[in-house]
Design a protein around this ligand. Structure first.
Ligand code: 4AD
Ligand code: MG
Length: 477
Protein backbone atom coordinates (compact mmCIF):
# COMPACT_ATOMS: atom_id res chain seq x y z
CA UNK A 1 0.00 0.00 0.00
CA UNK A 2 1.31 3.45 -0.96
CA UNK A 3 2.06 5.56 2.08
CA UNK A 4 0.93 9.16 2.46
CA UNK A 5 2.33 11.98 4.57
CA UNK A 6 1.12 13.10 7.99
CA UNK A 7 0.36 16.48 6.45
CA UNK A 8 -1.93 14.89 3.86
CA UNK A 9 -3.59 12.72 6.49
CA UNK A 10 -4.38 15.69 8.68
CA UNK A 11 -6.21 17.35 5.82
CA UNK A 12 -8.16 14.19 4.98
CA UNK A 13 -11.63 13.50 6.33
CA UNK A 14 -11.45 10.44 8.64
CA UNK A 15 -13.96 7.90 7.39
CA UNK A 16 -12.43 4.63 8.54
CA UNK A 17 -10.36 4.32 5.35
CA UNK A 18 -7.10 2.38 5.38
CA UNK A 19 -3.94 4.48 5.32
CA UNK A 20 -0.26 3.78 5.56
CA UNK A 21 2.41 6.13 6.94
CA UNK A 22 6.19 6.07 7.20
CA UNK A 23 7.81 8.10 9.94
CA UNK A 24 9.75 8.33 13.17
CA UNK A 25 8.31 7.65 16.59
CA UNK A 26 8.20 10.76 18.79
CA UNK A 27 6.78 8.99 21.83
CA UNK A 28 5.12 5.68 22.66
CA UNK A 29 2.95 6.07 25.75
CA UNK A 30 1.38 3.32 27.86
CA UNK A 31 2.15 0.69 25.22
CA UNK A 32 -0.84 2.18 23.42
CA UNK A 33 -0.29 5.62 21.83
CA UNK A 34 2.37 6.22 19.21
CA UNK A 35 2.94 9.85 18.22
CA UNK A 36 4.35 9.59 14.70
CA UNK A 37 6.05 12.35 12.73
CA UNK A 38 7.45 12.27 9.21
CA UNK A 39 8.78 15.81 8.83
CA UNK A 40 5.95 16.94 6.56
CA UNK A 41 4.43 19.06 9.35
CA UNK A 42 5.08 20.08 12.94
CA UNK A 43 2.06 17.99 13.93
CA UNK A 44 2.17 14.30 14.80
CA UNK A 45 -0.44 11.72 14.00
CA UNK A 46 -1.63 9.66 16.94
CA UNK A 47 -1.61 5.93 16.25
CA UNK A 48 -3.58 3.77 18.69
CA UNK A 49 -2.23 0.27 19.31
CA UNK A 50 -4.19 -2.59 20.82
CA UNK A 51 -1.15 -4.11 22.53
CA UNK A 52 -2.78 -7.49 23.01
CA UNK A 53 -2.94 -7.91 19.25
CA UNK A 54 0.81 -7.42 18.77
CA UNK A 55 3.90 -9.38 19.59
CA UNK A 56 5.62 -8.06 22.72
CA UNK A 57 9.04 -8.22 21.05
CA UNK A 58 7.81 -6.02 18.22
CA UNK A 59 6.34 -3.43 20.61
CA UNK A 60 9.68 -3.27 22.46
CA UNK A 61 11.32 -1.98 19.30
CA UNK A 62 8.99 0.99 19.07
CA UNK A 63 11.08 3.54 20.93
CA UNK A 64 11.52 7.26 20.51
CA UNK A 65 13.47 7.77 17.30
CA UNK A 66 12.58 4.43 15.67
CA UNK A 67 11.64 4.43 11.97
CA UNK A 68 8.37 2.60 11.32
CA UNK A 69 5.63 2.02 8.81
CA UNK A 70 2.15 2.03 10.27
CA UNK A 71 -0.93 0.83 8.48
CA UNK A 72 -4.39 1.21 9.92
CA UNK A 73 -7.77 2.86 9.78
CA UNK A 74 -8.12 6.62 9.84
CA UNK A 75 -10.90 7.48 12.29
CA UNK A 76 -12.16 10.41 14.30
CA UNK A 77 -10.22 10.62 17.54
CA UNK A 78 -11.80 9.44 20.76
CA UNK A 79 -9.37 11.42 22.87
CA UNK A 80 -8.78 15.12 23.20
CA UNK A 81 -5.92 17.02 21.58
CA UNK A 82 -6.36 15.71 18.05
CA UNK A 83 -9.26 15.37 15.65
CA UNK A 84 -8.15 12.14 14.03
CA UNK A 85 -6.08 9.08 14.78
CA UNK A 86 -5.09 5.78 13.27
CA UNK A 87 -6.30 2.47 14.63
CA UNK A 88 -3.22 0.42 14.00
CA UNK A 89 -3.50 -2.83 12.07
CA UNK A 90 0.11 -3.43 11.08
CA UNK A 91 3.47 -2.16 12.25
CA UNK A 92 6.71 -2.61 10.36
CA UNK A 93 9.90 -1.51 12.12
CA UNK A 94 12.52 -0.30 9.62
CA UNK A 95 15.01 0.51 12.35
CA UNK A 96 14.63 0.63 16.10
CA UNK A 97 16.39 3.18 18.28
CA UNK A 98 18.16 2.40 21.53
CA UNK A 99 16.39 4.45 24.22
CA UNK A 100 19.51 4.38 26.41
CA UNK A 101 21.77 6.07 23.87
CA UNK A 102 19.47 8.04 21.53
CA UNK A 103 20.52 11.66 22.18
CA UNK A 104 17.16 13.27 21.32
CA UNK A 105 14.93 12.43 24.26
CA UNK A 106 11.37 13.74 24.47
CA UNK A 107 12.41 16.57 26.79
CA UNK A 108 13.95 20.04 26.53
CA UNK A 109 17.55 20.08 25.30
CA UNK A 110 19.81 23.12 25.22
CA UNK A 111 20.65 24.67 21.84
CA UNK A 112 24.35 24.14 22.64
CA UNK A 113 23.82 20.41 23.16
CA UNK A 114 21.76 20.14 19.98
CA UNK A 115 24.49 21.88 17.93
CA UNK A 116 26.75 18.97 18.84
CA UNK A 117 24.06 16.64 17.51
CA UNK A 118 23.37 18.56 14.31
CA UNK A 119 22.69 15.34 12.37
CA UNK A 120 19.87 14.45 14.77
CA UNK A 121 18.67 17.86 15.99
CA UNK A 122 16.48 18.09 12.90
CA UNK A 123 14.28 15.43 14.58
CA UNK A 124 13.20 18.00 17.17
CA UNK A 125 10.12 20.18 16.69
CA UNK A 126 12.18 23.37 16.84
CA UNK A 127 14.65 22.41 14.13
CA UNK A 128 12.14 20.80 11.81
CA UNK A 129 10.03 23.97 12.04
CA UNK A 130 13.06 26.20 11.33
CA UNK A 131 14.15 24.15 8.35
CA UNK A 132 10.67 24.04 6.81
CA UNK A 133 10.49 27.84 7.15
CA UNK A 134 13.98 28.09 5.62
CA UNK A 135 12.87 25.96 2.68
CA UNK A 136 9.69 28.02 2.20
CA UNK A 137 11.69 31.25 2.31
CA UNK A 138 14.03 29.91 -0.40
CA UNK A 139 11.07 29.11 -2.58
CA UNK A 140 9.51 32.53 -1.94
CA UNK A 141 12.76 34.22 -2.95
CA UNK A 142 12.94 32.39 -6.26
CA UNK A 143 9.24 32.97 -6.83
CA UNK A 144 9.55 36.71 -6.17
CA UNK A 145 12.36 37.20 -8.64
CA UNK A 146 11.02 34.84 -11.28
CA UNK A 147 7.64 36.57 -11.19
CA UNK A 148 9.32 39.95 -11.53
CA UNK A 149 11.35 39.24 -14.66
CA UNK A 150 14.71 38.38 -13.06
CA UNK A 151 17.05 35.69 -14.39
CA UNK A 152 18.65 33.34 -11.88
CA UNK A 153 22.39 33.74 -12.30
CA UNK A 154 24.88 31.20 -10.92
CA UNK A 155 27.92 33.09 -9.71
CA UNK A 156 31.19 31.15 -9.63
CA UNK A 157 32.26 29.82 -6.24
CA UNK A 158 35.97 29.85 -7.04
CA UNK A 159 37.21 33.29 -7.99
CA UNK A 160 40.31 35.45 -8.13
CA UNK A 161 38.64 38.50 -6.64
CA UNK A 162 37.80 39.74 -3.15
CA UNK A 163 34.75 41.84 -4.00
CA UNK A 164 34.43 43.39 -0.56
CA UNK A 165 38.15 44.02 -0.28
CA UNK A 166 38.15 42.96 3.34
CA UNK A 167 40.79 40.27 2.83
CA UNK A 168 38.72 37.65 4.60
CA UNK A 169 38.88 35.00 1.90
CA UNK A 170 39.49 31.26 2.07
CA UNK A 171 42.29 30.32 -0.32
CA UNK A 172 41.67 27.59 -2.89
CA UNK A 173 44.83 25.75 -3.85
CA UNK A 174 46.24 22.38 -4.81
CA UNK A 175 49.79 23.40 -3.92
CA UNK A 176 51.60 21.34 -1.34
CA UNK A 177 51.24 23.09 2.00
CA UNK A 178 54.69 22.05 3.24
CA UNK A 179 56.79 22.67 0.15
CA UNK A 180 54.99 25.08 -2.20
CA UNK A 181 56.89 26.22 -5.32
CA UNK A 182 58.60 29.53 -4.63
CA UNK A 183 59.54 32.57 -6.66
CA UNK A 184 63.10 33.84 -6.47
CA UNK A 185 62.08 36.35 -3.80
CA UNK A 186 60.69 33.56 -1.59
CA UNK A 187 57.00 34.26 -2.21
CA UNK A 188 54.73 31.44 -3.35
CA UNK A 189 54.64 30.91 -7.10
CA UNK A 190 50.93 30.71 -7.87
CA UNK A 191 51.59 30.21 -11.57
CA UNK A 192 52.23 26.62 -10.56
CA UNK A 193 48.88 26.39 -8.81
CA UNK A 194 45.82 24.67 -10.33
CA UNK A 195 44.36 27.83 -11.88
CA UNK A 196 47.74 29.44 -12.56
CA UNK A 197 46.88 32.27 -10.18
CA UNK A 198 45.78 32.93 -6.60
CA UNK A 199 42.17 31.92 -6.11
CA UNK A 200 39.72 31.89 -3.24
CA UNK A 201 36.14 30.99 -2.35
CA UNK A 202 33.83 33.85 -3.27
CA UNK A 203 32.77 36.39 -0.63
CA UNK A 204 30.02 37.71 -2.93
CA UNK A 205 28.77 37.04 -6.44
CA UNK A 206 28.21 40.74 -7.05
CA UNK A 207 30.99 41.61 -9.47
CA UNK A 208 30.09 38.74 -11.77
CA UNK A 209 26.37 39.50 -11.36
CA UNK A 210 27.08 43.03 -12.60
CA UNK A 211 28.43 41.60 -15.87
CA UNK A 212 25.24 39.59 -16.31
CA UNK A 213 22.94 42.47 -15.36
CA UNK A 214 24.62 44.52 -18.08
CA UNK A 215 23.22 42.08 -20.64
CA UNK A 216 20.20 40.37 -19.10
CA UNK A 217 18.92 43.49 -17.34
CA UNK A 218 17.72 41.94 -14.11
CA UNK A 219 19.52 39.05 -12.45
CA UNK A 220 19.82 37.52 -9.01
CA UNK A 221 22.17 35.07 -7.36
CA UNK A 222 21.24 32.77 -4.52
CA UNK A 223 24.14 30.68 -3.37
CA UNK A 224 26.77 30.05 -0.74
CA UNK A 225 29.42 32.64 0.06
CA UNK A 226 32.44 32.30 2.32
CA UNK A 227 34.16 34.62 4.73
CA UNK A 228 37.10 33.83 6.95
CA UNK A 229 36.26 36.56 9.45
CA UNK A 230 37.24 35.39 12.86
CA UNK A 231 34.13 36.79 14.48
CA UNK A 232 32.52 34.33 16.81
CA UNK A 233 29.18 36.13 17.06
CA UNK A 234 25.56 35.04 16.92
CA UNK A 235 25.27 36.82 13.52
CA UNK A 236 28.28 35.49 11.57
CA UNK A 237 28.98 32.27 9.72
CA UNK A 238 32.05 31.34 7.69
CA UNK A 239 29.76 29.77 5.05
CA UNK A 240 26.45 31.53 4.52
CA UNK A 241 23.93 31.92 1.73
CA UNK A 242 23.43 35.26 0.06
CA UNK A 243 20.74 36.55 -2.27
CA UNK A 244 22.09 39.21 -4.61
CA UNK A 245 19.86 40.92 -7.15
CA UNK A 246 21.54 43.26 -9.63
CA UNK A 247 19.54 45.53 -11.93
CA UNK A 248 20.70 47.58 -14.93
CA UNK A 249 19.36 51.16 -15.07
CA UNK A 250 18.31 51.16 -11.39
CA UNK A 251 19.49 53.98 -9.14
CA UNK A 252 19.72 53.85 -5.35
CA UNK A 253 16.07 54.79 -4.80
CA UNK A 254 14.94 51.99 -7.13
CA UNK A 255 17.30 49.70 -5.24
CA UNK A 256 15.78 50.59 -1.87
CA UNK A 257 12.27 50.14 -3.29
CA UNK A 258 13.20 46.70 -4.63
CA UNK A 259 14.83 45.55 -1.39
CA UNK A 260 11.90 46.69 0.74
CA UNK A 261 9.24 45.16 -1.51
CA UNK A 262 11.21 41.92 -1.80
CA UNK A 263 11.65 41.44 1.96
CA UNK A 264 8.02 42.22 2.68
CA UNK A 265 6.76 39.78 0.05
CA UNK A 266 8.89 36.85 1.17
CA UNK A 267 7.89 37.36 4.80
CA UNK A 268 4.27 37.59 3.70
CA UNK A 269 4.68 34.28 1.86
CA UNK A 270 5.86 32.55 5.02
CA UNK A 271 2.97 34.03 7.02
CA UNK A 272 0.58 32.59 4.46
CA UNK A 273 2.24 29.20 4.09
CA UNK A 274 4.00 28.27 7.34
CA UNK A 275 1.55 29.30 10.04
CA UNK A 276 1.73 26.01 12.00
CA UNK A 277 5.49 26.26 12.23
CA UNK A 278 5.42 29.97 13.07
CA UNK A 279 2.88 29.38 15.83
CA UNK A 280 5.16 26.74 17.29
CA UNK A 281 8.22 29.00 17.01
CA UNK A 282 6.30 31.88 18.58
CA UNK A 283 5.47 29.74 21.64
CA UNK A 284 9.08 28.57 21.84
CA UNK A 285 10.28 32.17 21.83
CA UNK A 286 7.79 33.22 24.51
CA UNK A 287 9.01 30.34 26.70
CA UNK A 288 12.63 31.28 26.14
CA UNK A 289 11.97 34.91 26.95
CA UNK A 290 10.24 34.09 30.24
CA UNK A 291 13.68 33.57 31.73
CA UNK A 292 14.89 37.01 30.58
CA UNK A 293 14.43 40.31 32.37
CA UNK A 294 11.41 42.31 31.18
CA UNK A 295 13.58 44.91 29.43
CA UNK A 296 15.19 42.30 27.16
CA UNK A 297 11.95 40.71 26.03
CA UNK A 298 10.54 41.47 22.58
CA UNK A 299 7.74 43.97 22.49
CA UNK A 300 5.85 41.93 19.90
CA UNK A 301 5.22 38.21 19.60
CA UNK A 302 6.78 36.58 16.54
CA UNK A 303 3.80 36.55 14.19
CA UNK A 304 2.76 40.06 15.12
CA UNK A 305 6.32 41.23 14.44
CA UNK A 306 6.41 39.54 11.02
CA UNK A 307 3.08 41.13 10.12
CA UNK A 308 4.32 44.50 11.32
CA UNK A 309 7.39 44.30 9.08
CA UNK A 310 5.53 43.03 6.05
CA UNK A 311 2.85 45.73 6.33
CA UNK A 312 4.73 48.89 7.37
CA UNK A 313 7.03 51.23 5.49
CA UNK A 314 10.73 51.01 6.33
CA UNK A 315 12.20 54.28 7.60
CA UNK A 316 14.82 55.76 5.23
CA UNK A 317 17.52 57.84 6.91
CA UNK A 318 20.82 59.19 5.60
CA UNK A 319 24.03 58.25 7.39
CA UNK A 320 24.52 61.93 8.28
CA UNK A 321 21.10 62.14 9.97
CA UNK A 322 21.79 58.85 11.77
CA UNK A 323 25.07 60.21 13.15
CA UNK A 324 23.21 63.28 14.48
CA UNK A 325 20.72 61.05 16.27
CA UNK A 326 23.42 58.76 17.66
CA UNK A 327 25.68 61.57 18.80
CA UNK A 328 22.88 63.08 20.85
CA UNK A 329 21.26 59.91 22.15
CA UNK A 330 21.28 58.90 25.84
CA UNK A 331 23.53 55.81 25.60
CA UNK A 332 26.14 57.88 23.76
CA UNK A 333 26.01 60.79 26.21
CA UNK A 334 26.05 58.45 29.20
CA UNK A 335 28.92 56.52 27.61
CA UNK A 336 26.87 53.31 27.53
CA UNK A 337 28.02 52.42 23.98
CA UNK A 338 31.20 50.42 23.71
CA UNK A 339 32.15 52.56 20.70
CA UNK A 340 31.17 56.18 21.34
CA UNK A 341 29.98 58.22 18.37
CA UNK A 342 31.91 61.41 18.14
CA UNK A 343 32.67 62.44 14.58
CA UNK A 344 31.03 62.14 11.20
CA UNK A 345 32.77 59.29 9.39
CA UNK A 346 32.65 56.75 12.20
CA UNK A 347 31.74 53.21 11.18
CA UNK A 348 28.50 52.06 12.78
CA UNK A 349 28.73 49.07 15.09
CA UNK A 350 25.85 46.71 15.70
CA UNK A 351 25.08 48.44 19.05
CA UNK A 352 24.40 51.67 17.09
CA UNK A 353 22.38 49.95 14.40
CA UNK A 354 20.26 48.22 16.99
CA UNK A 355 19.71 51.43 18.93
CA UNK A 356 18.38 53.13 15.79
CA UNK A 357 16.06 50.26 14.92
CA UNK A 358 14.93 49.02 18.31
CA UNK A 359 14.91 52.15 20.46
CA UNK A 360 14.72 55.17 18.19
CA UNK A 361 12.64 54.35 15.10
CA UNK A 362 11.13 51.06 16.30
CA UNK A 363 10.86 49.74 12.74
CA UNK A 364 13.20 48.49 10.00
CA UNK A 365 15.52 51.26 8.86
CA UNK A 366 17.32 51.84 5.56
CA UNK A 367 20.47 53.90 6.05
CA UNK A 368 21.94 55.42 2.90
CA UNK A 369 24.72 57.71 1.64
CA UNK A 370 27.56 56.44 3.81
CA UNK A 371 31.06 57.95 3.93
CA UNK A 372 33.09 56.58 1.02
CA UNK A 373 35.92 55.71 3.41
CA UNK A 374 34.00 52.99 5.24
CA UNK A 375 32.45 51.32 2.17
CA UNK A 376 33.67 49.15 -0.72
CA UNK A 377 35.43 50.49 -3.83
CA UNK A 378 32.61 49.83 -6.30
CA UNK A 379 29.99 52.15 -4.76
CA UNK A 380 28.97 55.26 -6.69
CA UNK A 381 30.51 58.51 -5.46
CA UNK A 382 28.03 61.31 -4.69
CA UNK A 383 28.42 64.92 -5.87
CA UNK A 384 29.77 65.89 -2.43
CA UNK A 385 32.86 63.81 -3.18
CA UNK A 386 32.81 62.18 0.28
CA UNK A 387 29.73 59.96 0.46
CA UNK A 388 28.71 57.00 -1.69
CA UNK A 389 25.34 55.69 -2.82
CA UNK A 390 25.35 52.85 -0.32
CA UNK A 391 22.43 51.47 1.62
CA UNK A 392 22.16 49.06 4.53
CA UNK A 393 18.89 47.68 5.84
CA UNK A 394 18.79 47.27 9.60
CA UNK A 395 16.34 44.94 11.32
CA UNK A 396 15.18 44.67 14.93
CA UNK A 397 17.08 42.00 16.83
CA UNK A 398 19.38 41.41 13.87
CA UNK A 399 21.13 44.64 12.89
CA UNK A 400 22.31 44.64 9.26
CA UNK A 401 20.35 42.25 7.09
CA UNK A 402 21.04 43.83 3.67
CA UNK A 403 24.01 45.68 2.24
CA UNK A 404 23.86 47.22 -1.22
CA UNK A 405 24.55 50.21 -3.41
CA UNK A 406 24.33 51.95 -6.72
CA UNK A 407 27.53 50.98 -8.53
CA UNK A 408 30.18 53.35 -9.87
CA UNK A 409 29.56 53.25 -13.63
CA UNK A 410 32.08 56.01 -14.54
CA UNK A 411 35.38 54.48 -15.67
CA UNK A 412 37.64 57.35 -14.62
CA UNK A 413 36.20 57.65 -11.12
CA UNK A 414 36.24 53.89 -10.59
CA UNK A 415 39.89 53.72 -11.63
CA UNK A 416 40.77 56.54 -9.24
CA UNK A 417 39.08 54.76 -6.36
CA UNK A 418 40.80 51.48 -7.16
CA UNK A 419 44.14 53.24 -7.29
CA UNK A 420 43.56 54.88 -3.92
CA UNK A 421 42.74 51.49 -2.39
CA UNK A 422 45.57 49.68 -4.17
CA UNK A 423 43.22 47.38 -6.10
CA UNK A 424 44.92 46.05 -9.22
CA UNK A 425 43.45 47.10 -12.58
CA UNK A 426 44.98 44.03 -14.21
CA UNK A 427 43.07 41.70 -11.89
CA UNK A 428 39.76 43.40 -12.52
CA UNK A 429 40.25 44.23 -16.24
CA UNK A 430 36.98 42.58 -17.12
CA UNK A 431 35.09 44.58 -14.45
CA UNK A 432 36.52 47.79 -15.96
CA UNK A 433 35.45 46.60 -19.44
CA UNK A 434 31.85 46.84 -18.25
CA UNK A 435 32.47 50.59 -17.84
CA UNK A 436 34.00 50.86 -21.32
CA UNK A 437 31.33 49.16 -23.38
CA UNK A 438 27.76 50.32 -22.88
CA UNK A 439 28.15 51.40 -19.26
CA UNK A 440 24.99 52.56 -17.50
CA UNK A 441 23.83 53.20 -13.98
CA UNK A 442 23.00 49.98 -12.14
CA UNK A 443 22.37 48.86 -8.58
CA UNK A 444 22.03 45.80 -6.41
CA UNK A 445 22.21 44.45 -2.91
CA UNK A 446 23.04 41.37 -0.89
CA UNK A 447 20.65 39.87 1.64
CA UNK A 448 22.19 37.53 4.21
CA UNK A 449 19.80 34.60 3.92
CA UNK A 450 20.49 33.17 7.39
CA UNK A 451 19.85 36.58 8.95
CA UNK A 452 16.46 36.58 7.25
CA UNK A 453 15.78 33.08 8.59
CA UNK A 454 16.87 34.22 12.07
CA UNK A 455 14.43 37.09 11.96
CA UNK A 456 11.58 35.01 10.59
CA UNK A 457 11.93 32.16 13.06
CA UNK A 458 12.71 34.31 16.13
CA UNK A 459 15.84 32.28 16.85
CA UNK A 460 18.77 34.05 18.44
CA UNK A 461 21.86 32.28 17.13
CA UNK A 462 22.70 32.04 13.42
CA UNK A 463 24.18 28.56 14.02
CA UNK A 464 20.65 27.31 14.58
CA UNK A 465 19.14 28.37 11.24
CA UNK A 466 21.56 26.65 8.83
CA UNK A 467 21.67 22.84 8.69
CA UNK A 468 25.38 22.33 9.36
CA UNK A 469 27.00 25.59 10.49
CA UNK A 470 30.61 26.45 9.67
CA UNK A 471 32.21 28.80 12.18
CA UNK A 472 35.79 29.27 13.48
CA UNK A 473 37.08 25.93 14.82
CA UNK A 474 33.95 24.13 13.73
CA UNK A 475 33.28 22.14 10.56
CA UNK A 476 31.97 18.91 12.06
CA UNK A 477 29.49 16.89 9.99
O1 4AD B 1 27.17 43.85 3.29
P1 4AD B 1 27.82 42.74 2.54
O2 4AD B 1 29.25 42.46 2.82
O3 4AD B 1 27.59 43.09 1.01
C1 4AD B 1 28.10 42.44 -0.06
O4 4AD B 1 28.73 41.40 -0.04
C2 4AD B 1 27.73 43.06 -1.37
N1 4AD B 1 28.68 42.61 -2.39
C3 4AD B 1 26.32 42.65 -1.71
C4 4AD B 1 25.81 43.24 -3.01
O5 4AD B 1 25.67 44.45 -3.09
N2 4AD B 1 25.52 42.42 -3.99
O6 4AD B 1 26.99 41.39 2.77
C5 4AD B 1 25.62 41.35 2.47
C6 4AD B 1 24.85 40.70 3.61
C7 4AD B 1 24.97 41.43 4.95
O7 4AD B 1 24.08 42.51 5.01
C8 4AD B 1 24.62 40.33 5.92
O8 4AD B 1 23.20 40.16 6.00
C9 4AD B 1 25.17 39.09 5.23
O9 4AD B 1 25.35 39.40 3.87
N3 4AD B 1 26.46 38.69 5.81
C10 4AD B 1 26.64 37.60 6.58
N4 4AD B 1 25.77 36.68 7.04
C11 4AD B 1 26.25 35.70 7.81
N5 4AD B 1 27.56 35.57 8.14
C12 4AD B 1 28.47 36.46 7.70
N6 4AD B 1 29.75 36.31 8.02
C13 4AD B 1 28.02 37.55 6.89
N7 4AD B 1 28.63 38.59 6.29
C14 4AD B 1 27.66 39.26 5.63
MG1 MG C 1 27.63 45.15 4.82
Amino acid sequence: MKSISVKEILSTKPEGQEVSINGWVKTFRSNRFIALNDGSTIKNIQCVVDFEAFDEQLLKQINTGAAVKITGLLVESQGRGQSEEIQVKEIFVYGTSDPETYPIQPKKHSMEFLREQAHLRIRTNTFSAIMRVRSALSFAIHQYFQQNGFNYFHAPIVTGSDAEGAGETFRVTTLDAKTPPLNEDGTIDYKEDFFGKETNLTVSGQLEAEAYAMALGKVYTFGPTFRAENSNTTRHLAEFWMVEPEVAFNDLDDNMDLAEDFIKKVIHYVLENCLDDLEFLEKRLLDEEKSKPQTERSEMALIEKLKFVSENTFKRVSYTEAIQILRNCKPNKKKKFKFLIDEWGADLQSEHERFLVEKHFKCPVILFDYPAKIKAFYMRLNEDGKTVRAMDILFPGIGEIVGGSQREERLDILKEKMKALDISEEELWWYLDLRKFGSAKHSGFGLGFERLVLFTTGMSNIRDVIPFPRTPQNAEF
